[in-house]
Write a protein that binds this ligand. Structure first.
Ligand code: GDP
Ligand code: FE
Ligand code: FE
Ligand code: FE
Length: 196
């Protein structure tokens, strides 16, 4: 489709070309599937389809930048220095939004926040945040134990899909003895426990 609002200074075809140029084929194809899944979730949930589509297409734009590029950006732009204790998994969203704004000319905060939050979530998430977070998790190329339940849950109730994803991701990280970024725990505490 053709972008209507002035959220991005490029046509979709130009944006596709820029994203493709920065990513491997498989990662680029993931972005196309997240775009499509985000469009579907936006339609189902009465959200802004164009913002959902743009966020989906570009969300992993920074995923394959070298660590040194992220470290330099964190230092030069006064990001939280604690980020330096983590890696690409956390950086490509939180710091990736900086490169997306700079390279792709996207200045819309609703889109940029959804990208910042797409890996770790946030205690409070807008509809577009939730759509990108879930679309990234359930796009048709994903395959992991629980994926079918994740898809069913998210299609029935977007917020329930967010909850399912946070619980699943945190459990997976803990089982793998990974370091948990504190904001990931804040997200868990805000969304998952049903009682104190
Ligand atoms: P992708 O970029 O499409 O592969 O997906 P995401 O951006 O959602 O996630 C990237 C990776 O970050 C996944 O492997 C997540 O499990 C992982 N991740 C999410 N939260 C944390 C965290 O707090 N700590 C660590 N170490 N990894 C995390
Ligand atoms: Fe990502
Ligand atoms: Fe995700
Ligand atoms: Fe992704």
């Amino acid at each position: 489709f053709v972008y209507q609002a002035n959220l991005v200074p490029y046509t979709r075809a130009e944006l596709v070309e820029k994203v493709a140029a920065n990513l491997s084929t498989s990662r680029f194809e993931h972005c196309l599937r997240v775009e499509q899944t985000a469009i579907e979730l936006a339609r189902q949930n009465g959200a802004d389809v164009e913002r959902a589509a743009i966020a989906g297409l570009v969300h992993d734009y920074a995923k394959q930048l070298p660590d040194e590029t992220f470290i330099a950006a964190i230092q030069a732009n006064h990001f939280d220095p604690d980020l330096l204790n983590y890696g690409n998994a956390i950086w490509h969203g939180v710091v990736g939004a900086y490169f997306i704004e700079r390279d792709l000319g996207i200045h819309d905060d609703i889109i940029l926040n959804a990208i910042r939050r797409h890996t770790i979530g946030a205690p409070e998430m807008t509809l577009i945040d939730q759509i990108l977070f879930v679309a990234d998790f359930i796009e048709p190329g994903r395959d992991f134990p629980g994926i079918e339940q994740a898809r069913q849950t998210a299609k029935a109730d977007l917020a329930a899909g967010v909850r399912y994803e946070i619980l699943n991701t945190l459990s997976f990280l803990i089982k793998g003895q990974k370091k948990i970024y504190p904001k990931t725990i804040d997200t868990y505490n805000a969304w998952v426990p049903t009682q104190e």
